[in-house]
Design a protein around this ligand. Sequence first.
Ligand code: NAG
Ligand code: NAG
Ligand code: NAG
Ligand code: NAG
Ligand code: NAG
Length: 387
Amino acid sequence: MKNNQNTVVPPLKLFNAPFQPSNLLSLILFFAFGLCFGILLTFQLKNVSFNLLFNEFPLYTTTNTTALPPPPTQNMRLEDFIHPSKIMHQMTDQELIWRASMVPKVRNYPFHRTPKVAFMFLTRGPVLLSPLWERFFKGHNGLFNVYVHCSDSFSNRTEPKHSVFHGRRIPSKEVQWGKVNMVEAERRLLANALLDFSNQRFVLLSEACIPLFNFSTVYSYLINSNQNFVESYDLMGPVGRGRYSRKMHPTIKLQEWRKGSQWFEMDRDLALEVISDKTYFPVFQKYCNGSCYADEHYLPTFVSKKFGARNSRRTLTFVDWSKGGPHPARYTRYDVTVQFLEKLRSDSHCEYNGRKNHTCHLFARKFTPHALDRLLRIAPKVMQFNP
Ligand SMILES: *[C@@H]1O[C@H](CO)[C@@H](O)[C@H](O)[C@H]1NC(C)=O
Ligand SMILES: *[C@@H]1O[C@H](CO)[C@@H](O)[C@H](O)[C@H]1NC(C)=O
Ligand SMILES: *[C@@H]1O[C@H](CO)[C@@H](O)[C@H](O)[C@H]1NC(C)=O
Ligand SMILES: *[C@@H]1O[C@H](CO)[C@@H](O)[C@H](O)[C@H]1NC(C)=O
Ligand SMILES: *[C@@H]1O[C@H](CO)[C@@H](O)[C@H](O)[C@H]1NC(C)=O
């Protein structure tokens, strides 16, 4: 205390001293010095506190600015997280599935969410009927996302910039007909599509599939459905129960074994369950590779055993097996007529949301590239595509 008082005394003494010109000079000098000192001190303190805000090194930061870490150049936006704009990534399947299986605990979205339909094309090469699909999607941006799993690594045809298929190929791997890696590709498609939080419905299509209705009809049918569409039935004989392996017991019992079309349509909850399945899929990977045809049995069996209550047990993709053999009927140029398309659109009976309905198939296969010309001419009229 005493010392403090002592340091304050000299200026007071100056004031109390009798007036003298030399005293005035020292007084002015003293004030000028004090003012400069004060200004310098304020700036110095401002610098220090400013730097304190931005880095964790309170000392010496002002003396060497080159040592400061660079400021963050890009801030993470929620948008980048909920709608990843880049499809390609460096994740392994295991990393991708783990990442895609994350579910927000807060169920209300802090943004306006328009549910979208993920159209997932599982193809060998390019989507040859893409001009028809382009017409189908035209004018409906913001309601769908396209994903392509193309197993042929040599077909690196880049789609034109304006195409809905441009840059939509996901990191793909080899797929062999009937092998379990077909199901791995389906799970890869689901996982990639799940990364986008706006995707609510997931449709699996092949390069030989066509739509049977316009986009608005397909969208509302899918989004408003309270069921999933994974075909599933119990079939006796060699191509049904005959493909079951006793080694799958007890994880999967013979009476739980199901068969069905590979071409499914499911909602987000079921898609999450499918990619997260660590119990049944490994058993298929081990004992259903080859002439067991995992793509016709894994989802029908898994969904019927675990999530049967919300499954319609029918597929939305029309296919004609009536001619027999291991492959269904293929449609080429002269098969495509107005009558034929109208028949596919309405010639069946099923239930939709618990009520009888004639619209049972939204897609059909198998159409060859030779059918494209006629499809482009006839389909937009029959299906009332956007004019
Ligand atoms: C500043 O820091 C950099 C990097 O640590 C060092 O290379 C440089 O010599 C420093 N400059 C001064 C003036 O200390
Ligand atoms: C892709 O195209 C280029 C040139 O057109 C070709 O050299 C290459 O072999 C193709 N395949 C892959 C996998 O890059
Ligand atoms: C499944 O079959 C394919 C082709 O025969 C083979 O490359 C793959 O290693 C097999 N996978 C398993 C898990 O046996
Ligand atoms: C079938 O379902 C669609 C979609 O909800 C509906 O618009 C249509 O009227 C239904 N058709 C019949 C015959 O009930
Ligand atoms: C789609 O087709 C339905 C009839 O199936 C029609 O009522 C509707 O207007 C069409 N939508 C558009 C956008 O053209």
